[in-house]
Design a protein around this ligand. Structure first.
Ligand code: HEC
Ligand code: HEC
Length: 389
């Protein structure tokens, strides 16, 4: 009764309603927060497991050359190494020396031009001598401090491995891409045989998920580096006497992504949307299609399109010559392909070849290209097929 007086009946119901609403929201909120927590915990566990598996793979496959602790040895450079992660212990000095070297290169360029006057040449000589002296002045104390590392191949003027080889992507993509493709030219300047390709798709022994575990393990070495970490490195990367083939190879690897390469999969609509941002290179598409000069897709697969598609005449698949004209004039007139764009048809023909069979042919085309092509590979193939009028 007393209660009834303080909370008249109707308000009582409102209060109960409000209270239960608040309770439900609190419970939902708690569940949502907890769900996020569980998700993060799951991801953390998953990541930790990946690192653990990577560690085991590293011990059995990599430590003979890279050292059991990743610190390098006679047959391979350190990966547990501030230089691989681009860590610079003297950033201001490196920056100033970098600027001086740029100035020097510009001056030397100017000096080599035929219209540079003798007076200007003399000025340039003086300035270049000044620059050299200043670089020496900046670098000498640093060299003295780092001598122990320099003895093992460290160059304090070039503290970033990725920058030295011209890699524009992340450390992670550098590691994974190196693992997939290897570094075939490296046996020219490493006595242990160099870095081979590890991916099964490139003829190596390891699966893609194992390469990702190894990458997670190596990335796990990233930390707040100390100078002791630098001194602990037993072997730094070797710069070949003639770096041209290495640079060419790095460029090639770079072209295969620069980011962690991913297979396009089989969602045609998604793929067509992604293609809008990618420019295809018909020459590379031609090489991929025919396997010219050992051309391979991003994960090292030899595609072998031309084994089934002859330039002229029918083999297992339709002839290559005239493909694009046939797409425009024949395929897209088929009511089954009524709403297709030419691009969409070509993408589907490659990643889901059995969705539509070209009349007169059987479903004999390999159906797993979605796993072995990156978006760039596919764009290149399409650009090539579009030249087949
Ligand atoms: C036979 C010796 C050998 C084995 C085994 C080997 N590597 Fe290498 N690896 C090398 C050499 C040599 C280089 C340097 C290549 C160069 O100079 O371009 C290298 C380079 C690398 C790089 C790039 C580092 C850089 O600074 O350019 C990574 C990452 C790497 N290896 C990881 C691995 C992993 C992971 C394994 C095990 C699956 C492995 N390597 C097995 C010899 C080896
Ligand atoms: C094992 C043989 C085989 C290989 C390898 C193969 N194809 Fe095919 N391809 C076929 C067959 C058979 C057809 C016709 C049946 C169909 O539509 O799937 C076909 C159809 C096509 C078509 C449709 C042609 C048209 O006239 O409409 C395209 C485009 C195509 N393939 C591209 C490729 C590309 C690109 C590659 C390499 C990445 C490739 N194919 C590799 C067998 C093959």
């Amino acid at each position: 009764m007393l209660q009834g007086m303080i909370f008249p009946k109707i308000e009582n119901r409102i209060l109960v309603g409000v209270l239960s609403f608040v309770t439900i929201m609190v419970l939902l909120g708690w569940a949502a927060i907890n769900e996020g927590g569980r998700m993060a915990a799951f991801e953390q566990t998953f990541h930790a497991r990946s690192i653990e598996q990577g560690a085991a793979l590293f011990t059995s496959n990599c430590s003979t050359c890279h050292g059991s602790d990743g610190l390098g040895g006679a047959k391979g450079p350190a990966l547990n190494n501030p230089q691989l992660f681009g860590y610079d212990f003297f950033p201001e000095i490196t920056k100033e020396i970098g600027a001086l070297r740029t100035e020097k290169a510009d001056l030397q360029n100017e000096a080599s031009r035929s219209d540079t006057t003798p007076e200007r040449l003399a000025e340039i000589d003086t300035r270049v001598a000044e620059i050299d002296a200043r670089i020496e002045e900046l670098d000498a104390p640093r060299r003295q401090q780092l001598q122990a590392a320099i003895d093992r191949g460290y160059d304090p003027q070039r503290p970033s491995r990725l920058q030295n080889v011209g890699w524009a992507g992340t450390t992670e993509s550098f590691v994974l891409t190196t693992l997939i493709h290897g570094r075939p030219v490296s046996n020219n300047y490493w006595s242990g045989g160099g870095m081979v390709a590890w991916s099964q798709t490139a003829g190596g022994p390891l699966r893609m998920d194992q390469l990702e575990d190894l990458t997670a393990y190596i990335m796990n070495w990233q930390r707040a580096w100390t100078i002791e970490d630098l001194f602990a490195v037993k072997q730094f990367a070797i710069e070949p006497v003639d770096p041209t083939p290495l640079r060419a190879q790095i460029e090639q690897l770079q072209a295969s992504g620069g980011v962690i390469p991913e297979p396009v999969g089989t969602n045609v609509r998604d793929i067509v949307a992604q293609l809008a941002d990618v420019t295809g290179d018909p020459a590379r598409g031609d090489a991929l299609y025919h396997g010219t000069n050992g051309a391979r897709s991003f994960n090292g697969t030899a595609l072998g399109c031309s084994t089934c598609h002859l330039q002229e005449g029918v083999a297992v698949g339709p002839q290559t010559g005239g493909t694009y004209t046939r797409v425009l004039n024949e395929r897209l007139n088929d009511p089954a392909l009524a709403s297709y764009t030419p691009e969409q048809y070509l993408v589907e023909s490659i990643v889901l070849p059995n969705n539509y069979l070209v009349p007169g042919f059987q479903g004999l085309m390999i159906a797993n290209f979605g796993q072995n092509l990156s978006i760039q590979d596919l764009a290149d193939l399409l650009a090539y097929l579009e030249t087949q009028q």
